[in-house]
Structure formats: structure tokens, C-alpha cells
Design a protein around this ligand. Structure first.
Ligand code: P5A
Length: 435
């Protein structure tokens, strides 16, 4: 992408409305703009990041055998009246009445809709286990939307729903999501800590939040430092018994503010006390929805029983902010490679100069040929402004092309995370970036 053809409304100054670093940087880097309180436009750079986060989430969900579907944002109130949550959910639910006086709502979550799909389309134990997921916008009329996309009113969530014939089978479905979550966050360069949690309006007894540590996090977190060092399972066989992995991860102490207790038994030196951001939440709630909504399965002995369910959420749009909270410096964002909006930035120090233009054009094409994309600053801004902009938007690498280097057959390669700069041949630089 050529910067001259891109839309990147970067800001030099810190916007007054932003109180935390990720919100400031998302606005300054031209990723998002607020449309209305807690409701955001995603501009080209921001959308690229959101899509890359979605891709990782989707790949790890697919790996577990979950099936992607897409449910509507606008829902009928009927199934919510059946489950009993229409009255319980309160003011966070945005209620809508259509021209025929039919009660609708903008979905804050999709347990009722998916249970309705299940009861109308799946009836036998032979189809189970089953997990259906989507990546879809939600609306919750939060009293105090704040921190930009981290606590929006409209936000993008990955929500998965599992269906099983027994508690034990449902526990396996829960464990699969637990492990998939550890892998998902790790691929984004994050260390996520699972911790036992309250279930709130979703319900059920078994629940874990996934929290990443960041100074500006909304919740206080206490955990055994061993959790931060634990390696995430590689090459998982999702059909195998995952309980030992779960026991290993949940045996170390981890608690949020409300659940923190005296006498937790962790030696002072091993206890990390920090702040955290909730980037995911998983629930097992058994028959809470299937019972009142009549979602049953036929068992091998011919009897019918309500299906056991769980639901599993990842805050996809919140993650864009959370990753920045975890990875930035004074100059701007530092994107982990897997979620970066472009693989590299290309800075032409002398746009209009035949030699530097030609080398940049060559680099540009070689990225495309490799199935990758570089953001090429082909504008006639001064070098200092180009560098500041590149640091702000945080692409993992900057390839800097100037007349002196070109005369020697060299370009400069800067690593955004370490600040290291190297003069290299073009081939060596591309080899480092494209790997
Ligand atoms: C699980 C999937 C649920 O809604 N039902 C379907 C369950 N869980 S949850 O904890 O309420 O939300 C899941 C994740 O969504 C993110 N999230 C938000 N992100 C941005 N702005 C918000 N206002 C917001 N509310 C929730 C969180 O990451 C949460 O873990």
C-alpha cells in the first residue's frame, strides 16, 4: 500500500478524550474514530489489525473442530422471554420495537439464539459433541463506556457455544476452549492468565476469565508467578484427555480483586500483584437455557434430556487495545508480528529521486510477490516526520531507502521493538523481514 493512496489520519498531539495509552495511540495512529459514545469507526489501519486478530481466533477455534456460523445482530425478544433473561438483563440491553410493535433487541450475547438453532435443527446424541461459534458485533448499553474500544457499547466478540449429552462431555468441551484460548493469546504475543471467575448474567457454576497483565487494567490481579512462565501447550490433540493440562494451569493461585483471599498460601516472593484486562471469559452452565427453552437430545436409550451447554467469549475488538497496552513505548505502538497491519514500513528518504524511487518500487513488488504487504511512505514529507509516523503506527520493521545507501547497494533496516538499525543489502533485509 502506498501511503499517498492510504487513509492514515495520524495526530501529533494526544487527544484530550483519551485517558489510557491504547486509546490515545489508536486515535493518534489513525486506527479508529469515535462515532457516538462507545461506538467506533474502524479506519483502514485499525481494520487490518482487527482482521488479523479475527484470523488467529478463527484458526484456533477451527482447530478444535468448532463450526463457524453467523447469527444476526438484531434478535427477536421471544427466546429471551422463554429463557427468562428478557426481564433480568436490565438496562444494558438495547431494546427495539419494530413497526409491527414486535419486540426486538440488539444482541448483547447469543445464548438464546444459538439454543433456538439447536432445538430446531439438531436432535440426536449422534450429532454431538458440537460447538458453534461466530465472530459478531454485540451491543451492551454500558453505563460508562470508556477506554476507547476496550469498553465500548458496540464491540466485536468471538462467541462459541458447546452442546453435549452429559456433564463429563461438556467438561471436555470446556477444556478444549480453555486450551484453545491459551494458544490464541500466545499467538498474539500476549501472556494470558486463566482465573476462576464469577458468572454474572451468563450464569452457571464453572467459569474462567482470561486476563492479560497491563498497568491500566480494570481489575486488580493476584497470581503465582509460575503462571507467567508456564509454557502453552503445542500440537494439542483435542480428542485426548485435556484435564491434566487444565489441572496444571489451575493449580497455581490466581484471583481478581473480589476473589483474593487471605491465606492463599503463596509465598510473598512468588505472588505477583498487578492489574489486568479481561480478554476472554468461558462458562459452563449446563441446562440453564436448554431446560426452559426445551432444547433436548435423544440419548442412545431413546430417552430425551436437556442438552448440556457452555459458552466461550473472546473480546476481539478489545484485544486491539489490549495488545497495545501490553506492547508500546514512548514513540508509539509496537505490533507483535502476527497482528501487525503490514509486515513492514518502507521509507523513501528522497521521493522523486530516480534511484531511491526505483529501489522502493522493487521492494514494494517483492513484498507483493511474497504474498505480503509493505506500507510504502512515498510522500514528500520530511524524513523526521516520516520516521515519527512509522514509529507511531508500530510496524515490526522499517526499511529505509536513501540516496547514499542506494549508491552502495544498501538499505537500512530498523527493528521497531529493539530500535536496532542495520545497513544491509536489499536481499538480506528482505530475508530478515519476510523470513
Ligand atoms: C461468552 C460468549 C459472554 O458474553 N456469552 C457468549 C458469554 N461473556 S462476557 O464475559 O460477557 O464477554 C466476553 C468477552 O467480551 C469482551 N467484552 C467487551 N469488549 C469490549 N467492550 C465491552 N463493553 C465488552 N464487554 C465484554 C471481554 O473480553 C469479555 O471477556
Amino acid at each position: 500500500m502506498r501511503l499517498s493512496r492510504f487513509m492514515l489520519p495520524t495526530l501529533k498531539e494526544n487527544p484530550a478524550e483519551a485517558s489510557i495509552v491504547s486509546h490515545r495511540l489508536m486515535l493518534r495512529a489513525g486506527m479508529v474514530r469515535q462515532h457516538a459514545s462507545g461506538i467506533y469507526n474502524w479506519l483502514p489501519l485499525g481494520l487490518k489489525v482487527l482482521r488479523r486478530i479475527e484470523t488467529i481466533v478463527r484458526e484456533e477455534q477451527d482447530r478444535t473442530g468448532a463450526l463457524e456460523i453467523l447469527m444476526p445482530t438484531i434478535q427477536s425478544a421471544e427466546p429471551w422471554k422463554e429463557s427468562g433473561r428478557y426481564d433480568d438483563y436490565g438496562k444494558e440491553m438495547l431494546r427495539i420495537v419494530d413497526r409491527h410493535e414486535v419486540d426486538l433487541l440488539y444482541g448483547p450475547t447469543h445464548e438464546e439464539v444459538v439454543t433456538d438453532i439447536f432445538r430446531k435443527n439438531v436432535g440426536s446424541y449422534k450429532s454431538l459433541p458440537m460447538n458453534m461459534y461466530q465472530i459478531q458485533w454485540k451491543f451492551r448499553d454500558e453505563v460508562r463506556p470508556r477506554f476507547g474500544v476496550m469498553r465500548g457499547r458496540e464491540f466485536l466478540m468471538k462467541d462459541a457455544y458447546s452442546f453435549d449429552t452429559s456433564y463429563e462431555a461438556a467438561k471436555h468441551a470446556y477444556n478444549k476452549m480453555f486450551v484453545a484460548y491459551l494458544r490464541t493469546y500466545e499467538r498474539m504475543g500476549l501472556k494470558a492468565i486463566p482465573m476462576a471467575a464469577d458468572t454474572g448474567p451468563i450464569g452457571g457454576k464453572l467459569s474462567h476469565e482470561f486476563i492479560i497483565l497491563a498497568e491500566t487494567g480494570e481489575s486488580a490481579v493476584y497470581c503465582h508467578k509460575g503462571l507467567l512462565e508456564k509454557p502453552v501447550p503445542k500440537d494439542v490433540d483435542y480428542d485426548a484427555d485435556l484435564q491434566p493440562i487444565i489441572d496444571d494451569w489451575t493449580s497455581l493461585y490466581a484471583a481478581t480483586d473480589e476473589m483474593h483471599v487471605e491465606g492463599h498460601g503463596v509465598p510473598e516472593g512468588d505472588l505477583v500483584s498487578a492489574r489486568g484486562i479481561e480478554v476472554g471469559h468461558i462458562f459452563h452452565f449446563g441446562t440453564k437455557y436448554s431446560d426452559p427453552m426445551g432444547a433436548t437430545v435423544t440419548l442412545p436409550d431413546g430417552t430425551n434430556a436437556p442438552v448440556y451447554m457452555g459458552s466461550y467469549g473472546i473480546g476481539v475488538s478489545r484485544l486491539a487495545g489490549a495488545i497495545i497496552e501490553a506492547s508500546h513505548d514512548d514513540n508509539g505502538i509496537i505490533w507483535p508480528k502476527e497482528v501487525a497491519p503490514f509486515a513492514a514500513g518502507l521509507v523513501n528518504l528522497k521521493s522523486g529521486n530516480a534511484e531511491t524511487d526505483a529501489v522502493c518500487a522493487d521492494i514494494y513488488d517483492r513484498f507483493l510477490a511474497h504474498g505480503s504487504e509493505v506500507l510504502y511512505d512515498d510522500t514528500d514529507e520530511r524524513a523526521g516526520a516520516k520516521f515519527a509516523n512509522m514509529d507511531l503506527i508500530g510496524l515490526p520493521w522499517q526499511i529505509i531507502v536513501g540516496p547514499k545507501g542506494v549508491a552502495k547497494g544498501l538499505v537500512e533496516l530498523k527493528n521497531r521493538a529493539t530500535g536496532e538499525r542495520d545497513e544491509l543489502s536489499l536481499d538480506a533485509a528482505l530475508q530478515k523481514v519476510l523470513g
